[in-house]
Design a protein around this ligand. Structure first.
Ligand code: BDR
Ligand code: CA
Length: 311
């Protein structure tokens, strides 16, 4: 199986992404590193453990990382995810332990120890932990197979400001470090995720699994979609983070283009904007595979099938 580290700030959509990975034998989770984002770190690391236990996988190692972005104050998103970050289902307090090691050290150590080119990073939140790892130990960069991340937006615009997507907006300086790192990047921006909508029919398909995981997934998504449905007037909300894991399983579900992505870190007006050179109008080096389209029926079919394998 392909070895991955999931770096995350759960988050209902992060939770579905973790469940998708846990339900997929093609992937081996070397560890889950939590970061502050949707809610503060204390909650994101706890939510990650709740999800592992929900899936019956308490042996997965969960690490706590950065409590705040590199340079800016932490911005959270309780209005989207609820007070706990995981509002919706009534999940028990986790009994599995949080690992003692700092998540950033775990990322560095794993990359230095495992065979070079075998570990894929899957960031689903602000890029603080990943940037800190790259700063602490630059030798990890060429050892990373690929970074497949959810973040940014270009033609679709932003969801926090008119030009910025949440994960990049929360820590634009960290995102800048990552996009300049030379590591192969696959980016799932809002342009993709806003096409992956949790319609009521799709939520029902999770509930009909009849399992603990299926029912909890339906409850999470019902809570999650109410915010974006109100905001965008759509049937269903965008299911962002699972696109990252789905790409590892079925890359053909997505279509995009290799181009240059630069992150705005100076202008208050457009802070955290991902400036995507889609048309190749600059001579800047191509540093990311930027996705724009998704086979959303195939994506949801994959999700239901894989979550259906859990408990
Ligand atoms: C991203 O922000 C978070 O609220 C979601 O979990 C996702 O990672 C979407 O902008
Ligand atoms: Ca997230």
């Amino acid at each position: 199986p392909r070895k991955i580290i999931i770096d995350t700030d759960p988050g209902q959509d992060d939770a579905i992404a973790i469940l998708l990975a846990l339900g997929s034998p093609e992937l081996e989770i070397a560890g889950i590193s939590a970061v502050a984002g949707n809610v503060p770190l204390k909650l994101t690391e706890k939510n990650a453990r709740k999800i592992c236990e929900l899936a019956g996988r308490p042996e997965i190692k969960v690490y706590a990382g950065a409590i705040r972005p590199l340079a800016r104050e932490l911005v959270t998103a309780e209005e989207v995810h609820g007070k706990t970050g995981l509002n919706g289902p009534d999940l028990p307090e986790p009994t599995m332990k949080l690992q003692d090691q700092y998540a950033v050290d775990f990322i560095v150590e794993t990359l230095m120890k495992e065979e070079s080119g075998t570990i894929t990073l899957c960031p689903l939140g602000p890029l603080t932990n990943v940037a800190l790892a790259l700063i602490r130990e630059p030798r990890i960069a060429p050892r990373i197979k690929e970074i497949v991340l959810m973040g940014g937006g270009f033609f679709e615009g932003g969801n926090v400001t008119p030009t910025a997507e949440f994960n990049i907006y929360v820590d634009p300086h960290a995102a800048d470090v990552v996009f300049r790192s030379g590591i192969p990047i696959v980016m799932m921006p809002l342009d993709v995720t806003h096409k992956a909508l949790t319609t009521s029919k799709r939520i029902e398909a999770f509930r009909k699994l009849g399992t603990k995981v299926g029912i909890a997934a339906a409850e999470m998504l019902e809570f999650f979609e109410r915010y974006d449905e109100g905001k965008y007037g759509t049937d269903g909300g965008p299911l962002h983070d699972p696109c990252v894991i789905a790409y590892l399983l079925k890359p053909d579900l997505f279509k995009g283009r290799h181009c240059n992505v630069t992150v705005e870190t100076a202008s208050e007006l457009t802070m955290g904007m991902t400036v995507v050179d889609w048309w190749g109008v600059t001579s800047r080096e191509k540093n990311a595979m930027v996705m724009r389209d998704i086979d959303h029926d195939g994506f949801f079919a994959l999700l239901v099938e894989r979550l259906g394998r859990l408990n």
